[in-house]
Ligand binder design. Structure first.
Ligand SMILES: C[S@@+](CC[C@H](N)C(=O)[O-])C[C@H]1O[C@@H](n2cnc3c(N)ncnc32)[C@H](O)[C@@H]1O
Length: 259
């Protein structure tokens, strides 16, 4: 797929998703970032860049622990949400930049921490994107990526379902693919940590997305069948809990040090 087609899909989806996605992620905030923060080890003089920041939930959660945060995203509607969240949370060391992960509008070595959450699965050439994150990080700084990582055997089914649910999905990296992003770049071997998100009501997840060729009811039926089978064939850990359909996501965080 051509990059400009993919970017149009991203902007189309995330303009529609911005408000619902912002609501979902801000409702998940409590305690959610502590493990990530512990791995990242922010310091009060750090300059942090959050690439593909969306509504800025992670960016703003990290802001109190560093000197300054910059959130960058392709979708203007997401940055509207980020600015509103910043104002609501009364945080004054954050700024927002519209831009593309493949051509970050920053000088080499401009930041000491570079992070990206829940975004690499929308990227068609993740190695090129990762090289940009490395470029803008100073030597001795850290680069951290956190994203969904279905297990290898479920990767294809997971991608198929996610593309139906959200046409801007491309491919969720497996743990090995994520950990391998730094090969050939001036970074060390990453620290790799797995985690699982909280149980999310499927309806809240479906409420954020705008599928093209399938209805939300049809998607719900597919998750329901997967939960009843007990097989987790889709890789979302779909389960019925007291009659409610819940899903959770396997995630991985990788942290590299730039040399
Ligand atoms: C699922 S949201 C994740 C938002 C946030 N990082 C989080 O953890 O909640 C993915 C974001 O990636 C952004 N995005 C996708 N492709 C991008 C690109 N090429 N350059 C910059 N941002 C991009 C989208 O606009 C969207 O806001």
């Amino acid at each position: 797929m051509r990059e400009d087609e993919q970017k149009a899909k991203v902007i189309g989806q995330f303009s529609l998703q911005a408000e619902g996605y912002s609501r979902l992620t801000s409702s998940m905030t409590n305690g959610r970032q502590e493990g990530f923060r512990a791995l990242l080890g922010p310091k009060l003089d750090d300059l942090l860049l959050d690439v593909c920041c969306g509504p800025g939930t992670l960016t703003l959660d990290l802001a109190p622990y560093v000197a300054h945060v910059t959130g960058l995203d392709l979708t203007p509607a997401m940055l509207v949400q980020a600015r509103a969240a910043q104002e609501k949370r009364n945080i004054n060391n954050a700024e927002w930049v519209e831009g593309d992960v493949y051509a970050l509008p920053f000088a080499d070595a401009a930041f000491s921490l570079v992070v990206s959450g829940a975004a690499f699965h929308h990227i068609t050439t993740p190695r090129a994107a990762f090289a940009e994150l490395v470029r803008v990080c100073r030597p001795g700084g850290r680069i951290a990526i956190r994203d969904v990582t279905p297990v290898d055997q479920k990767s294809a089914a997971y991608d198929r379902m996610e593309i139906l649910r959200d046409p801007s999905h491309v491919h969720a990296l497996t743990v090995d693919e994520m950990a391998g992003l730094g090969e050939g770049l001036p970074v060390g071997v990453p620290v790799v940590r797995g985690s699982v998100t909280a149980d999310l009501p499927l309806d809240a997840v479906l409420a954020t997305s705008f599928p093209e060729a399938i209805t939300i009811a049809a998607l719900r039926a597919m998750f329901y069948a997967d939960a009843l089978s007990g097989e987790d064939a889709l890789g979302f850990n779909a389960r019925l809990i007291e009659g409610d359909l819940r899903v959770s996501y396997r995630q991985t965080t990788c942290v590299w040090i730039k040399y």
